[in-house]
Structures are given as C-alpha cells and as structure tokens.
Design a protein around this ligand. Sequence first.
Ligand SMILES: Cc1ncc(COP(=O)(O)O)c(C=O)c1O
Length: 427
Amino acid sequence: MTEPSSDEYASTQDAADVLRAFRSEFLIPRHGDREQAYFCGNSLGLQPRGARVHVEEVLDKWAAEAVEGHFREPAAWMPYHALVREPLAAVVGAQPGEVVAMNSLTINLHLMMASFYRPTRERPAILMEAGAFPSDHHALESQVRFHGFNPATDLIELQPDEKDDTFSIQAIEQAIVEHGPRLSLVVWPGVQYRTGQAFDLAEIARLAHAAGALVGFDLAHAAGNLPLRLHDSAADFAVWCHYKYMNSGPGAVAGCFVHERHARTDRPRFAGWWGHEQDTRFQMRPEFVPTPGAEGWQLSNPPILGLAPLRASLDLFGRAGMSVLRAKSEQLTGYLETLILTRLPETLQIVTPREPRRRGCQLSLRVIGGRGLAGRGAGRDLFDFLATQGVLGDWREPDVIRISPAPLYNNHADVLRFVRAVETWRA
Ligand SMILES: Cc1ncc(COP(=O)(O)O)c(C=O)c1O
C-alpha cells in the first residue's frame, strides 16, 4: 500500500472521490500562481459559482421589472423564501414547515427565546456550556436580565469535564438532573466552535424534556457539516448561520427551526407582518394571525439579494446529499488526523475528540512546540507561517488553530499540503 503522506496516495484518493467535481463549482482564492489550501469553511465558506448567477438574476429582475418583481415568476420575490424551504429542510433533517431562512443567528436566538424562554420563579434558569461562543452568552445573559432574573444564579454554565475542554454526555445529564427543577431552557451547540466537539442532540433534547425544560440548539458549526435530524431530535428550536459550511456569503441570511408541535403555538412571540398568515397579510388589518410553522416568526420581508446565494449553495447540497458529504468528510478529517498523529506528534496536539461520531469536519489543533517556541507564541508563529504558504486555517484565542476540510471543495491534496507546510515550519 502506498504511504499516506505521498502525493500518489493523495491523488489516488482524490481521483476516486465521488464528489470531486464539486470543487470546480467553487471559487478558490489564489495564492501566487496556485490555489490556496482553504480550511476556513468553519468560518466563511467559499463562494459557489452559482451565487453570482442568482444575485445577478435578482439585480436583472429589479432592473427590468421593479416593483412587479415581487409577483412575476420565475423567482418572484414575494414567495422567494419558499424557494429555499425544502432544500434547507433536507440539509437539517426537518419538515419544510419547520424551517425558515431569516435574519442573523443571534437575532433568531433572541426571537426564539422570546417564545421559548418563559422563566418563572420556580423555573428561572437556563443551562448552557461554559466557554460558549460569546454572542450566545451575551444573548442568554441579556435574556435572563431582561426577565428580571439574575445571571449569577439563573444562567448555569456547565464546565467541561473531559480533557481539552470537551464534555461527556454523563456530565450534561448530571447537570440537567441536578438543576432540573429550576430549569426553564437548555441551550447547547451542535458542534462546539473552539473544540470541534459534536453532540448527540436527540439525547440532550430527551434529557432536557425529561427534566421539564425546553431545549434549543445553536447549529452554527453543525449545519451543512453533519447530517442532522432536527425533527426526530425533538428539539424545540434551533438556529444557525449560512456563512460557514453553508457557503452563502459573509453575513448571509440565517436559519431557524421550530418543531412542528409548536407550529400553532399561542406562546408569546415578537411579531411582524411577514409572519402573518399569507392569505390575509395584505388586508393590512391590525390583528396578528401567525402563519403556522417557523415562517410565523418572520418579522420583515426578506432581503432577496441576501437569500440569492443560499439558493446556489442549497442546490449543491441537494446534488451531493448530506450522507455522501458526511462519508467524504469522515474520510478527509480522518486522513488529516492520521497524518498529524504519524508525522507531527511532537508539533501538534489534537484537541477535537478522536471518535468520528463526536466531531464534524474540524480538527482543533494546539501547537505543542517548534522552532524553539512554545504555547501561544508557537501557535501564532505557525499560523502566520501557514498563511505565507497559502494554507489558510483560522486562529481562536487563546491557543487553537482550526483546520476544517470541507467535503464540497477540499481534497486529500489540500490536507497533504497543510501537513507538509507544518513540517517545513518545524524544520
Ligand atoms: C457558535 C456561534 N454562535 C453564534 C455566532 C454569531 O453569529 P451571528 O453574528 O451571525 O449572529 C457565531 C458566529 O460565528 C458562532 O460561531
């Protein structure tokens, strides 16, 4: 068998890749006279070629039809969000009526909490992970305060119990049981942004519900990365963004899931005219009648130019299929892991869990040492060196480099290039 760190091995694997044609559907940034090895899909996914096509369609329609573009097919703007509904539901494992593309992630988190965080004196608390993405922490803390409760006692932040800041399901269960009688809501990530750990959403939802709490997920790093089964997981709500693995551009319109059992909820919500039932929206009456399902949480008419790239991205996900993408992702991330363990054991430490079911594309790497440097200094030095070689990962304070091979556009040759660049740095 050929040596995994050889060009021959990488090119044989890439030639056998059933998804190899998808790479050319993306615009890969250049580094000098070659393509970058781009591993930042966990931060900003690459631009699908179709994004420009769909954006230009909207611009052309606006130029040619102006206000009539709202009603004239094809791709009329009035029902435009419905164009992404089914393909998006397929990516996150939901029913079409359970998803909507709207706003940004943090806004959607607040909108969901307006409905699903209804604290009482007996149950004022939210359980979340310690070390969450700051925006989630800000959102949850401000919600607790907004309702007149005290984050010091009512925002419960579970500390990681495993090495490298990961969580066992036992620790999550123990916390839910311990705080259960006071819990109103559990908010948990699908994939932790710094460690890359993936969680069993159905199990966390089951535990939260058994304790009498509701549960919502932040899927910023999970959507388009892992095959999700949101409906079956029984989560009450979920939110995510589309600029990472979903490749829909900087600040792209985000996603939101509301389980169908809440489709006709009379829980309070923050309402706007676009969430009003569609048949009577233009009767312009003052009373609010929500459209059933996730679309009932829309506030404003959507930014059509913002939704256009999502159409291009969803087309690629639909053609590739999440299970095929996942199979390639496991192979590619496994290849990265093997090469790090065999060729770079004294340079890089893998923070992300080793079991494929506990991670997605991303490996979070701590730089142990090299070039006579140690700790954060070594990490920053390597990170900067990689950029000079056209190998782009990203840096997360205090000491982690995240490398995320995305199965739609990365290949084994990219991974090999990363490993060789680290070897050159270390030499
Ligand atoms: C885990 C997580 N949550 C929340 C956010 C915030 O997203 P937004 O700025 O789209 O609200 C991000 C952004 O990267 C994130 O990674």
